[in-house]
Design a protein around this ligand. Structure first.
Ligand code: DTR
Ligand code: CA
Ligand code: ZN
Ligand code: ZN
Length: 320
């Protein structure tokens, strides 16, 4: 007797269920579709530290050609913006320069969007581009600015097509009190603010007597960085100096998950830290912090290289 298909299916289903229940038939475990940020995430390319250092050399030249600094309100800052923007425009980014006023002077934020990805989930990475008045600000914060730039250029070289939308930013007037980044976050409509899945901040990542500090504001982002350095067998510590001390605070205060890296400023490296990281105990992580000697000579190449590669790793993984 020809059974109708639904009846055939239900008998077969019952038989299979019975066999499974008795252990006579083992079904393969259902495998969840690989999550977008699981092992399937493509690995980030190496960021050539020589390229990052070349950007630092250009920022040094800009300071030398503009009164010795790249500070808010000074010509060296706008020249820095123009340098970074030129590289991004040539690499296919959609860039915009947003003006603001602070202390009676015009400031500028540079925002660069990589076309594509889900704009409802935008991953941001940024760094402040301004220096203090007293010097060229190569570690503080040419280092973060150049590493974020070179990571963005790597996205272009690889023609990355991440699931999330990628946005990079260079902030003005951080040294005046996070003015540029606060202006950016405050000017975002709530709907746009809620689309930012995370903000990664990089302020001083090449200190000459470096520590390896990871922001601990968001556990998931923190883990990405900590696991990366663990893979290099480089110990890390939680960044404790910076609550409110850099541009991530502007995003954190708006409820956006943040993370980032830091190699230390004016505090002295302890004996224990020197034991695990090398360098000089009892000396500042950056003895030229906010000084005229914060030049291209004020950079530890290994720290700059490791942190640049960590930035690329996090951008690739958190946007996949
Ligand atoms: N305020 C930053 C330097 C700084 C001091 N502590 C931290 C912690 C995390 C990031 C940055 C900093 C500046 O002078 O730009
Ligand atoms: Ca590298
Ligand atoms: Zn500073
Ligand atoms: Zn800084």
């Amino acid at each position: 007797m020809k059974l109708s298909a639904p009846i055939r299916t239900s008998i077969l289903g019952a038989t299979v269920a019975g066999l499974v229940a008795t252990g006579l038939l083992v079904m393969p475990a259902a495998t969840a579709a690989p999550t977008s940020d699981g092992p399937s995430a493509a690995a980030a390319p190496d960021i050539p530290v020589a390229s990052v250092q070349a950007h630092l050399g250009e920022l040094q030249k800009i300071a030398e050609a503009n009164g010795g600094n790249r500070a808010h309100g000074e010509p060296g800052y706008k020249a820095s913006i123009d340098y970074i923007k030129g590289k991004l425009d040539a690499a296919g980014f959609t860039t915009s320069v947003k003006e603001f006023t602070s202390g009676g002077a015009t400031g500028y934020n540079l925002v660069a969007d990589w076309p594509g990805g889900d704009e409802g989930q935008t991953l941001m990475a940024g760094a402040h581009l301004d220096s203090v008045d007293s010097g060229p600000g190569i570690n503080d914060n040419g280092s973060g600015s150049a590493a974020v730039l070179e990571t963005a250029l790597a996205v272009s070289r690889e023609q990355l097509k991440p699931a999330k939308h990628l946005r990079f930013a260079w902030w003005g007037a951080e040294e005046q009190g996070l003015v540029g980044s606060r202006n950016y976050v405050n000017s975002l409509p709530d709907a746009d603010r809620s689309k930012i899945s995370g903000y990664l901040n990089f302020d001083m990542i090449g200190s000459p007597n470096p520590g390896y500090f990871v922001y601990d504001d968001d556990p998931a982002i923190e883990k990405v960085f900590k696991d990366y350095f663990a893979g290099l067998n480089v110990a890390t510590e939680i960044e404790t100096e910076g609550d409110g001390r850099s541009d991530h605070a502007s995003f954190l205060d708006a409820g956006i998950p943040v993370g980032g890296l830091f190699t230390g400023a004016g505090r002295a490296k302890s004996a224990e830290q020197a034991q695990k990281w090398g360098g000089t105990a009892g000396e500042s992580f950056d003895k030229c912090y906010h000084s005229s000697c914060d030049t291209t000579e004020n950079i530890d190449e290994t720290a700059l290289d490791r942190n640049s590669d960590a930035i690329a790793h996090a951008v690739w993984q958190l946007s996949s």
